[in-house]
Structure formats: C-alpha cells, structure tokens
Design a protein around this ligand. Sequence first.
Ligand code: PMP
Length: 336
Amino acid sequence: MGVTDGVKAADNSIASKSQGISTLAPGLAVVQRELLVYLNGAFVPKSEAKISVFDHGLLYGDGVFEGIRAFGGYVFKLKEHVDRLYQSAACIELEIPMANEKMVEIVTETLRRNDLSNAYIRLVVTRGIGDMSVNPAPCRESTVFVITEPVASSTFPKEPRLLSTIITSVRRDPVDSTSHEIKSLNYLNSVLAVLEANRAKVDYPVMLDHRGFVSEGSTMNIFLVKDGTISTPPSSSGILHGITRERVIELARSMKYQVTEREITPFELLTADEAFFTGTLLGLAAVRVVSGKSIGKGGVGPVTRALYNEFRRIVSMPEEGTPIFGAQAVRQARKR
Ligand code: PMP
C-alpha cells in the first residue's frame, strides 16, 4: 500500500523515495540537500524533525491533520484545507496557536524553502506534550508541523486509477463517535478496513455506516452513477467532508449532471453503472469491482472519465488555489 493512503499514487507518484533535492555546487559533485520540515516555528532538516514520545498525538491519536497537494506552483484549495483543519481542531477543543492566515503562510513558506511547485503536503497539529494520562489538560502547547514531498507532475496522469474493492466488515464510526467528519489523527477505523482489503487482495476498501448504508472509502469519498444521475452519501453516513468531493459536485453540476447527496444502499452500489472515489491524493479513481461484482463494464465509465478530465484540467488553475511563489516564478514552474 502507498505512502499516504490505502492507495498508491502510482505513475503520478509522489517521489517518496527521494530524500532530498539535487543541487549542483560549483566544482563539486551533486549535493543532496535534505528537505526542510516546519516544526513549531522553525524549519529543520527532515532527519532532525522530531517530536516527544509524550506528545498526545502519538500516545492517543489526539490531534488533527490535512493532506494537501500543490500543482504547478499553486496549492490546490489551501484555504479550504486550513479551514477544515481549524474546524476539526475546534471540535476536539484543540487550540492552534496561530490564525488561519498565518497557517496558510507557513504552508507556502515550507514549499518555498524546499523549492517545490508540485508537492504532497502533510499539515499536522497535535495536542502536544502531556503526561501519560489520557487527560489532555496537562498539554500546554500544541505541536504544529508541515511535511512536504516532491511530486513528479503538475497534474494527475491522463488515465484515472481503476480500483478493485470490497465492502469491508469494518463499519465507519457513527456520527456521535470518532466520526470521520473530524479529520483527526485517529485513523484506526480506516486502518482496519485497509487491512481487510489487503487480506482480500483488492486495492481498496468501501466502508458502510453503522446502519449499513454506504459511507466512504478508508481515505476517499465515494460516488455512484446510475442512469446518468450522480449520487454520493451525506454527512449522516459519517463521511469526511472531502474537499475534492465538494469541488467534483460543483464541477458535475456545471457540466449539467444531476447530483444528489443521499443515503445509498450496498445494492445500489453493486448495481451502479459507474462508481468512483474522490480524494486529494488521486483526484478521482474509478471503481472496477466491488466484492467480486463488476461495476458497469468494469472499466472507467464515461461520466467518471469526463469528470476526471475536467478535474485534472482545473487543479493547477490560479483561482483554485494559493500561489507558492510570485506570479513570474509560477509561470516558469508551469513550463517545467
Ligand atoms: N474521507 C476520508 C476519511 C479521508 O481521509 C479523505 C482524505 N482527506 C477523504 C475522504 C477525501 O477528502 P479530500 O478530498 O479532502 O482529500
């Protein structure tokens, strides 16, 4: 399985193995410059970016995070990701020690310091250092860090990923529990689902909510297409309010598709003409098979393909994100 999700980024791959950026010093061999990580107000080399074993993010999964991508010099929907981070934090009474605007600036500064135009970004805020008790009261200061990794391309590959799936026995946590509406560091519910998918030798799990309605994948939202109409599960099914989901719904409506948010039964998924996932890492990913049953013709359906093509076209547009460098540098980055 992949670096950041249950699914590998494949040919648009995050250059996860690259430890640094090659820079040519005059008269010297290639020098490997280590990527810098933002950690609590400082930029430190990746190998020195360390946090305490008493951090409640580690001890109890007590914290929040975002996975974000930059394409062609723009961080796609950065403000929306930062807003979601603050909303998740507010829900668990976790105070983030800076304003949203400052956090946006920290993310772009981390990318600038690493000279990255195309990147995967992980933004994390934990409860910080406490004692061994689960009680967060002794945690005085949250821990904030931003990790970036280079990505090879300024958009998604031409072909969407095509995934085999199963409906797992692991149910999404209910909305009055550790619901994925809060993007917390507690992903054990998703991890259990991915383990079951691994055992079944499929690419990815589909999870039901506690009542048996379709909820989402372990790290992606799900959509189905039936008779030209698109449906996706609502909040009441315990989904994360995906930023890709939101943008894809808007796109689909602008392309004159009818989109409804409604409860979806496993039967409806198994008998759909098309199904696809949405998420930051892959954009849209088509579903080939669910629990042994082919979806449609088992390939990328026409609606999924049309939406994917449109989505990969817009991700690096200035109006969709936040610039990393000045306008001129962005133009140069886009030519690379
Ligand atoms: N659901 C879950 C549980 C996730 O972790 C993610 C990834 N953030 C998504 C859905 C997709 O959300 P987004 O489009 O914001 O990446």
